[in-house]
Each structure stands twice: as structure tokens, then as C-alpha cells.
Design a protein around this ligand. Structure first.
Ligand SMILES: Cc1ncc(COP(=O)(O)O)c(C=O)c1O
Length: 406
């Protein structure tokens, strides 16, 4: 008789944002007049930039004529986009990455959850704690994480690297040697970053122990400080130990448009197996490519007009981040992040748990954030607010939070 993949049954509870959504829906239904402001999920609110809209329209028109119509995209993505990525995201930053090492996809969520498929189930993963939940959950689904301890909210076969106020929310090299190391900087959820020298330590470590770093740089566009690396390939030796994941969601507002890419250098190996070839095989077999229209929109991200418009969009969100950071700090909250990332990480007041503070804010000031404990045990007592709202909503939310009397 058919059997389901029981690894899925090991997943505790529902996906964090489903739980938040349910709570907000229930509160809204019971309080239909409440003006709820959502600074929870990391979704953008600004419309697509004009340069991108123009490219989308142009590509749609191309699809309407026999001479310019496009069917299936090339396996790795269109060359015009991969060239633009290689030139702007890598060569311009002194990184030795070529267009044929770039695999275009429909976003970083799929890539960061699918990439583990090309590695053996015996590999041990290391993750930051707190962490973007997709890295762990996708490994649970694959059966790589052992058993779940509900009390500690940890998996027996996962190496957790606590990121706390004590270490400035930057992970330390783990005591136990991992095979796959998930790093995300600028970080979701803490908004923290590490310097190029710190990242170089990770690259040296991975090369030394024979591990591979899965480097999620989805928030790269928000970096404002000079010594924070935009790509792991800025570090020496990264070509032999790192895969980089990128997204167009946060730098260009493509959360609903869907576009991302993964970089696998040609010399990257697991033992004597070439990983570029393996991912190419996987990509070719299981994926039929991001739509031509969307890849043309992605190309426009790198046009002069696109770059200028998106710089403004990022600045708009970072202005929100500053408003949240300054406002909450002046009100006496302990806050971090928000300088190189669109996330503000704040300590729940009065030793409240993350979910207690979530409920408190929802019911008292109708502001929705994300409980830090949903990202891992070290996130307990913390709370994430995003800068992706409108400026008006951000100001109102912060002003409401400032008025609470705890
Ligand atoms: C760290 C991180 N990686 C990946 C993603 C997903 O990006 P995409 O929209 O490209 O799937 C997110 C989305 O919030 C994220 O926070």
C-alpha cells in the first residue's frame, strides 16, 4: 500500500507564517474595525520600478509575434541575464564568477530548499540559531535531521550555532565539524552582518574541514557599510567551498514576480564529484526555467535606469528601518539590525516570550511582527519587525508601540 513520506510528519506544527496568518485572521474576524499594521512577513510593498515594468511590457509584446516568441528557456537561464548578473554582481565586485556558473531560477526559497538534494543524506548540516526556517525544514523533509526534541525545539542531527547578543548575532565556528553550513548575511531574522574578515574565517574553515557553505545573500542590496561583503566570492578560496544563493525579491520587489539564481563554481566538489554538473543535471531534470518575460524584467534590474530606481526603493525601506530602530531605541527597547538589512531585531520587554509579545502587540496596538522563537530557540524573547511596509504604516506602527506602557 502507498505510504506517505513520513519525514514530513516529523515537522513540528505549521510553518511559522501560517501560524501568524491564522492568529491575525482570527483576531481580525473578532475585531473587524481594528486597523492592523503588518510588519511581520518579509514581503515588499512598493510597486515594481518603471524600468522593470517597461521590460515586462516589452517582453509580453515579443511573445505576441511569431518572430520573437519564446518557448522553453535554456536550462541555466537566458545568457542576457546570466551575463548581466556575472558583470554586475560579480565582476564589478572583483569576484571571479562567470555566466556559466550561474543557474537562474524562480527564487531563493526553492533553491535553498532544493540544493540539499545533491548532497548525501549522511551529511550533517549546521545552521545559525535563529535561522530562516526553510533551511532546517527542507532537510527535515529529506530525512537528514534525526529526531525532534520538543522541549529544546532542536533536531538531534543538526548542529546549531547560537547567534545571540553576546556574540553580536554572528555565529562562531562550531565545535562539531559539519558537512554543510548554511550562512545568511545580511541575516534574516536578526538583521546582523559579518565583516569580510569574519567571512574569510568561515571560508578558510570550510576549506580546511572539507565542508560546503551554502551562502544566502538574499539581502545583499541592503548593505550600507563598507567592510560587509556582498558576495562570499569576495573571499579568497570561496570557489572551492561555497555555493551562493541570490534573489530578486528584496532588491527589486520580485516577491510576486519570482526570480533568483544560484552560483556554483565549476571547481566545487564533494569528494571527487563535481557539484556544478550535479546541479545542472538536477536543474535540467526537475525545472523548466523562469519565464522569458521575467528574465527580461531581471535584466532591467541591471540597466542604468533600473539600478537608479532600485537604489531609491532600497533607500525607502532603509528609511523605514531607521525610523523603527531609532524610535524603538529611544523608547527604551533593546534593538539591533536595521543598518545593513531591512529587519529590526528587538528584545521583548519585561521578559515576555516572543509569542506573548506577539499577542500583546496584536491585541493592544494591532501591530503584527514575527516572534523570534519561530526562528529557533535562541530567538526566544526576541521579535522581528520588517522595514518593508509603507512609510506611513511604519511610522504609525512605531508610534503605537512607543505608547505602550509595559
Ligand atoms: C534568507 C532568505 N532567503 C530566501 C528567501 C526567499 O527568497 P525568494 O523570494 O527569492 O524565494 C527569503 C525570503 O524571505 C529569505 O529571507
Amino acid at each position: 500500500m502507498v505510504k506517505a513520506n513520513d519525514n514530513y510528519l516529523k515537522l513540528p506544527g505549521s510553518y511559522l507564517f501560517s501560524t501568524i496568518g491564522k492568529k491575525v485572521r482570527e483576531y481580525s474576524a473578532a475585531n473587524p474595525d481594528a486597523k492592523i499594521i503588518r510588519l511581520g512577513i518579509g514581503d515588499v510593498t512598493q510597486p515594481l520600478a518603471p524600468a522593470i515594468i517597461d521590460a515586462l511590457h516589452g517582453a509580453v509584446d515579443e511573445m505576441a509575434a511569431r518572430e520573437t516568441f519564446k518557448g522553453y528557456a535554456p536550462d541555466l537561464g537566458y545568457e542576457f541575464l546570466r551575463n548581466a548578473i556575472a558583470d554586475n554582481d560579480y565582476k564589478a565586485r572583483g569576484c571571479d564568477i562567470t555566466a556559466d556558473e550561474i543557474f537562474v531560477s524562480d527564487g531563493a526559497k526553492c533553491d535553498c530548499s532544493n540544493i540539499q538534494e545533491i548532497f548525501s543524506l549522511d551529511n550533517k548540516i549546521a545552521v545559525c540559531d535563529p535561522v530562516y526556517p526553510v533551511y532546517v525544514d527542507s532537510n527535515v523533509m529529506a530525512g537528514r535531521t534525526g529526531t525532534y526534541d520538543a522541549k529544546t525545539e532542536t533536531w538531534s542531527d543538526v548542529i546549531y550555532m547560537p547567534c545571540t547578543a553576546e556574540n553580536n548575532f554572528a555565529p562562531e565556528l562550531p565545535k562539531e565539524t559539519p558537512d554543510l553550513i548554511y550562512l545568511c548575511f545580511p541575516n534574516n531574522p536578526t538583521g546582523s552582518t559579518i565583516t569580510k574578515a569574519q567571512l574569510q574565517e568561515w571560508v578558510d574553515y570550510a576549506n580546511k574541514v572539507g565542508a560546503i557553505i551554502l551562502y544566502d545573500a538574499a539581502y545583499e542590496a541592503y548593505i550600507s557599510e563598507a567592510d560587509v561583503p556582498h558576495s562570499i566570492y569576495e573571499c579568497e578560496g570561496a570557489r572551492t567551498c561555497a555555493i551562493e544563493l541570490r534573489s530578486f525579491s528584496k532588491n527589486a520587489g520580485f516577491t510576486g514576480v519570482r526570480l533568483g539564481f544560484t552560483v556554483i563554481p565549476k571547481e566545487l566538489k564533494a569528494g571527487d564529484v563535481n557539484l556544478h554538473a550535479l546541479w545542472a543535471r538536477r536543474h535540467g531534470t526537475k525545472y523548466n526555467g523562469a519565464p522569458y518575460i521575467i528574465q527580461k524584467a531581471g535584466e532591467a534590474v541591471y540597466s542604468e535606469a533600473g539600478k537608479a530606481q532600485l537604489k531609491q526603493q532600497v533607500a525607502y525601506y532603509m528609511n523605514n528601518a531607521k525610523y523603527i530602530y531609532d524610535g524603538l531605541k529611544s523608547a527604551g527597547f533593546t534593538v539591533s539590525g536595521g543598518v545593513n538589512a531591512p529587519y529590526i531585531w528587538l528584545k521583548a520587554p519585561n521578559n515576555m516570550t516572543s509569542w506573548e509579545f506577539f499577542d500583546y502587540l496584536l491585541t493592544n496596538v494591532n501591530v503584527v511582527g514575527t516572534p523570534g522563537s519561530g526562528f529557533g530557540p535562541s530567538g526566544e524573547h526576541y521579535f522581528r519587525l520588517t522595514a518593508f511596509g509603507t512609510y506611513e504604516n511604519t511610522v504609525e506602527a512605531v508610534d503605537r508601540i512607543k505608547k505602550i506602557n509595559l
